[in-house]
Each structure stands twice: as C-alpha cells, then as structure tokens.
Design a protein. Structure first.
Length: 244
C-alpha cells in the first residue's frame, strides 16, 4: 500500500492500493491540497509526478509554494506540463505558454492524449493528474470514448507497474451521466465538498468508493471527515462524523 502521508488517515486505513483514484471536488474544497500534501509527505519514499494539462511548469511551482506558505517541506516533484499541446490549436499565442516556437510543437503532430500516453509509459510511483476536467474538453474534439479508453489503459498500467494515479475532477462541469462513467472506470472516488455554516466554511471529505478500503470505513462507521488546509502541514483531518 502507498501511504497518504496524512497521519490520521494512514492509522485508520493504512494507505491506498495502486490504481486509479478520482479526486472529485467542489472547486476549492481541498482535493488539490490533498494530492499536494500526499506528494510532499511521500518525498524520498516514491517517485513523485505532477502531470499538468493546461498549467505551465512555472504555474505549478507557484501553486505548490503558495498553497502551503509556511511549510518547510521540500520534495523532488517531476513536473510535466502539456500546456503546449493543449493550447496549440487554440487562439492563445504560444509565446504566452512557452519559449518554444509553435512550429516546433506542431512538428510532433501529437495531441494531448497521445502525448500523455507517451509520457505515462515512463512514469512510476505516485502521479497527480491535473485534471480530468481539462482532458474532457479535449475529448470533445477526439471523442469521449478516447478519454474513457485512456483512463482504462492508465488503470491497467497502474496495476502492472504499482503506480498510484490521483486524478482531479471538478464537480458539476460535466453531465451527470459522464461523471458516472468516469467513476465506474476508477478504483476509487474520493469526494471533497465545502459547506458554508454560520460564520465559517467547513470542508468535508468522504469515500464514495475505494477498492480494499471501503470494508474498513464501513467497520469504523465513518460517514465523512472534516478537513482543514494548514499553511504549514497542508491538508489535515480535524474530526470525523460517524454513523450511529
């Protein structure tokens, strides 16, 4: 198993099995912070990879730095940006995204999905994919089936190479039926949501499905976890809600 790096969670469930896990969030509910915390807390234990579909390398590094401004932790995270391939057929000038010329990118004649396959074939350890929502926009041109097939292929590679793939999906962007098809593809789905309560915002996390973990959650009668984003520690669990 691969530890989450979040002490409370690891004591309870032991970590995650290799495979594809979708982090499904209301925007800002903590899914990305969960993934970043897992990467930082597993430094020197596993190869760490951040696959950014639309963000540049500089954007990702800035995001990591500003997410936990008081953290002293450092990690060798392999950041791979596919922004050049995402934006090459758009109205966005390539000089905004990369120092490479547009001609150099076009010569490869690859789209985001095919380039992602090429990259993923040489990856191991823990991978954070940011995000399925961005890939879904690409699939409008290439066909929805291409994205589903890609995720199923990722899942097979993860099992063969002992990789844990955390893939971010923003809620309420895709149609419900498409979300359900994505969920069916994954080994696990973790839901992150936030609720405005009186004078504060409460963030919640719960397991919708998780291969090998749900029996433990059911036995512990855990309904969901209340979470916080600490500027030094990152994603933390403050309390749990149990079924009586």
């Amino acid at each position: 198993m691969i530890p989450t790096g979040i002490e409370f969670l690891d004591k309870q469930i032991g970590g995650f099995h290799e495979g594809l896990v979708i982090l499904y969030e209301n925007s800002g509910a903590g899914a990305k912070e969960f993934a970043l915390t897992m990467l930082l807390n597993n430094a020197k234990k596993f190869d760490l990879n951040y696959l950014a579909i639309t963000k540049t390398d500089e954007e990702v590094r800035r995001e990591i730095k500003l997410s936990f401004p008081e953290s002293k932790k450092e990690a060798e995270i392999n950041i791979i940006s596919l922004s050049e391939y995402y934006f090459k057929d758009s109205i966005v000038p390539m000089k905004w995204i990369s120092e490479k010329s547009l001609l150099g990118v076009l010569k490869e004649e690859k789209n985001v999905l095919s380039k992602l396959v090429e990259i993923f074939d040489n990856i191991k350890g823990i991978v954070f994919l940011d995000s399925i929502t961005d890939l879904a926009r690409v699939s409008k041109k290439l066909g929805w089936e291409a994205l589903i097939d890609l995720l199923k292929g990722f899942k097979a590679v993860c099992l063969r190479k002992n990789i844990l793939l955390l893939a971010l999906l923003t809620s309420n962007v895709l149609e419900k039926s498409l979300e359900e098809e994505l969920f069916e593809t994954a080994d696990g789905v973790i839901v992150f949501e936030w609720v405005a309560e009186k004078d504060t915002i409460t963030r919640w996390m719960f397991f919708r499905k998780m291969l090998g973990i749900m029996p433990i959650i059911e036995k512990e009668r855990v309904l969901k976890y209340s979470t916080k984003i600490d500027p030094a520690q990152g994603f933390t669990i403050s309390r749990i809600m149990r079924v009586l």
